[in-house]
Design a protein around this ligand. Structure first.
Ligand SMILES: [Zn+2]
Length: 298
């Protein structure tokens, strides 16, 4: 091999070596590219809001029942819970011949002031189960459909501090059944013992039944024959709100030992109502159901 041939061999060898190196590099690059297309390399993602913020806790357990217990000895507690500038008018012992007259007074007041739905004046009717018949179911339906609330006032209006716990249970259950028989959609949330009389088993029983108990903060004494139409008005209109008012659309059902001052008519209540509604509205006091007054969802 002469010098010229040696140079040619060296050049050839260099070219071959360069080709192999280049070829090897291209092969490696090609493999990396295809792998990267099939298997994306793991990337570090920037922290997102959801990974740094605790997940909201979804609470599937039912909200525990917090009983409202409006009794005469815990009024201060009630005043903390009832909405300001609100009065709950309540009517006991119906349905009776006066109930529709009371409903008409609310309709007329709301029409006169152009109040509808949420803004309409409303009341709570504590009904007696025994008074609910096929005929008076129509009145129960009216109370419900016109946006008022219906409460349980027992089946036969007995003195709860004088009857057994079992009898108390039956009195509450039978009244609820009578209401639901008229309309199964009616939700009964409130209980009022007749004459405001109860014992410890009454309190335990209504808690078990998840009912709230409401006596009253203003007694109009409209059931007394000695109380005038004007006295009923005066007993209510001085309120500045946060009161539960006791009135009666029904007459006494148990006439075995009638109170000596017992009135057998409810005309005074019916006649006083338009003025009461008017005067409370003038004071910008909301007239509403117990559930709305205490902020319970409807
Ligand atoms: Zn009563």
């Amino acid at each position: 091999m002469n010098f010229k041939q040696a140079i040619q061999v060296t050049i050839f060898a260099s070219c071959f070596l360069s080709y192999r190196i280049l070829s090897s590099f291209l092969n490696q690059y090609s493999t990396t590219l295809s792998l990267s297309q099939l298997q994306p390399s793991p990337t570090i993602k920037p922290p997102t809001k959801s990974s740094t913020t605790p997940k909201p806790v979804i609470n599937n357990t039912p909200k525990s029942f917090q009983q409202i217990t409006l009794l005469f000895d815990n009024r201060e507690e009630v005043y903390k819970r009832i909405k300001p500038k609100t009065v709950a008018l309540t009517f006991d012992d119906g349905p009776d011949i006066y109930t529709e007259k009371i409903l008409n007074a609310f309709l007329e007041h709301n029409k006169k002031h152009n109040l509808s739905n949420k803004r309409a004046a409303k009341a709570t009717f504590f009904v007696i189960g025994k008074r609910i018949t096929n005929y008076t179911c129509r009145v129960i339906e009216r109370i419900y459909k016109e946006g008022h609330e219906i409460g349980n006032h027992t089946y036969s209006h007995l003195r709860f501090n004088q009857i057994s716990p079992q009898r108390q249970r039956e009195e509450i259950s039978e009244a609820e059944k009578a209401i639901k028989k008229c309309n199964s959609y009616i939700q009964v949330r409130w209980f009022r013992p007749p004459y405001g009389l109860y014992d410890i088993s009454t309190i335990n029983l209504i808690k078990e039944k998840k009912l709230h108990i409401a006596l009253w903060t203003i007694d109009t004494n409209d059931w007394r024959k000695s109380v005038s139409f004007d006295a009923i008005i005066q007993s209510v209109i001085n309120t500045s709100g946060q009161d539960v008012v006791l009135m009666h659309d029904g007459r006494e059902i148990n006439m075995d030992k009638p109170h000596e001052d017992l009135s057998l008519v409810r005309d005074n209540t019916v006649n006083a109502l338009p003025t009461i509604l008017e005067r409370l509205s003038q004071k910008n006091i909301e007239i509403t159901t117990l559930s709305e007054a205490f902020g319970l969802s409807q």
